[in-house]
Ligand binder design. Sequence first.
Ligand code: FES
Length: 128
Amino acid sequence: MTDAVAHLHVCITCRAGLPLEPGGVPMGADLYAALAACAEGAPVVLRGVECLAMCAHGCSAAISMPGKWSYLLGGLRPAMAGDLMDYARSYVASGSGTIMPSRRAASLRDMIVGRVPAFDAGMGEAAE
Ligand code: FES
């Protein structure tokens, strides 16, 4: 058992290009709620944020952890919450944070929009 946790920031204002009725709930908020519903016991700190500047890729999220690549995730939907939480578990268990597409659920194969090196390590080009 490890105390290591990943931080998963979820844009709660994403509309995924869909119109939003007055008083309606953005799909990003639905994604956040779906993730919260399956986060119990997961090594994840879930945080809602207003816009990750990836609006063209909504719904969007970002996963990060000290010493690992941070990943920008796009094209997400509430129905992917369970797969995304499994991905987060794999991310925490990995050495560098890199989870190859073949090791992700099929729904998440194309979700990576970008990545950022760890702040505290010279990870450069040495990815898993
Ligand atoms: S509104 Fe979700 S990334 Fe901008």
